[in-house]
Design a protein around this ligand. Structure first.
Ligand SMILES: [Zn+2]
Length: 309
């Protein structure tokens, strides 16, 4: 079914999931929901007793498909974890808030809650480049003038610590001490059960990286530095790596993403026009998705209009 192109990618837990039922009943499994818009991933964690979802899509119609998939599991959804403050990861919050009133929307830091609201406001004003579709109306902030708006301060909870414990057993380890990268603040998630690292938008797999908006060369440099650092932190564990965009893969994603960043910086800094930069990036990465969205607006952000043909 095309509507549900989610793949069961339970990593090494696929086998133990089958063996489970008894001794390993609390092992965490993960299912990837691949969004049709912006190639953005959501992740459904299950321990057989309860569910947590990480990131909830860019379009309400995608969030609705994700919600139906979650409901089909007939387990309580306890948390909606938003990894960082970009609309492709949080737009579905409004739908999830209505559909799963018992589930808490959570973030790993106050800074991420602030980022989410700030980005929603930015998008509601069209976004600097008009790069993205308008903010969905349900996410307009609650205010005196808009009393039915989304209440960012009261409906998004900041987790008190850096673990998220699943009802019924198992924990997700959250890390937020990163320099600004693809977003000003971001959360990665590590699951020991799965030996899996959920990179949010530090990593993209065969999808062009987003370098639009406020992502200047300095941010790109700190992003690259964090990739080097995260790679070294996890190298010994050799986890399955789940990027924010594109298919799950392995630790080689770090080198692939670093090489992409180096190519992008080299090409956009030398390009005489946006067209030239687009052509060169597409020639180097012919099988990458989102050329007409992520790459287009990243190039617009890094090659000035005066250089356009
Ligand atoms: Zn994203």
């Amino acid at each position: 079914m095309k509507a549900f192109r989610s793949a069961l990618v339970a990593g090494s837990m696929l086998l133990s999931g089958v063996l489970a039922q008894g001794a390993m009943a609390q092992s965490i499994q993960v299912e990837v929901f691949k969004g049709g818009f912006a190639t953005v991933n959501s992740f459904i964690f299950s321990n057989g007793k309860s569910l947590i979802v990480m990131d909830v899509q860019r379009k309400t119609y995608e969030a609705k498909k994700l919600a139906e998939l979650i409901k089909s599991k007939h387990l309580p959804l306890t948390h909606i974890l938003i990894s960082h403050g970009h609309t492709d990861h949080f737009t579905g919050m409004d739908w999830f808030h209505r559909e799963f009133p018992q589930a808490q929307i959570v973030v790993a830091s106050e800074a991420i809650r602030r980022d989410i609201k700030a980005y929603a406001i930015y998008m509601s004003q069209g976004g600097e480049t008009g790069a993205e579709p308008a903010l969905e109306p349900g996410l307009l902030p609650k205010s005196a003038a808009n009393p039915n708006g989304f209440d960012y301060e009261n409906w998004i909870h900041v987790l008190p610590g850096h673990t998220l414990t699943m009802v019924g057993g198992g924990t997700l380890e959250l890390t937020t001490d990163y320099q600004p990268a693809e977003s000003p603040h971001a959360t990665t998630v590590y699951s020991k059960d799965l030996n899996a690292l959920f990179l949010a938008d530090f990593g993209y797999n065969k999808v062009h990286l987003w370098m639009g908006d406020d992502i200047d060369n300095r941010r790109i440099a700190t992003w690259r530095a964090e990739l080097v650092r995260i790679k070294s932190l996890y190298a010994a564990r050799n986890p399955t790596v789940y990027p924010g965009h594109g298919d799950p893969t392995d630790m080689s994603l770090f080198d692939t993403t670093i090489r992409y960043i180096d190519d992008f910086v080299r090409i956009t800094s030398a390009a005489k026009s946006r067209d030239e930069a687009m052509r060169k990036m597409e020639a180097l990465y012919p099988d990458y998705q989102q050329a007409d969205f992520f790459l287009k607006y990243s190039v617009e952000n890094h090659v000035n209009a005066g250089a356009a043909k």
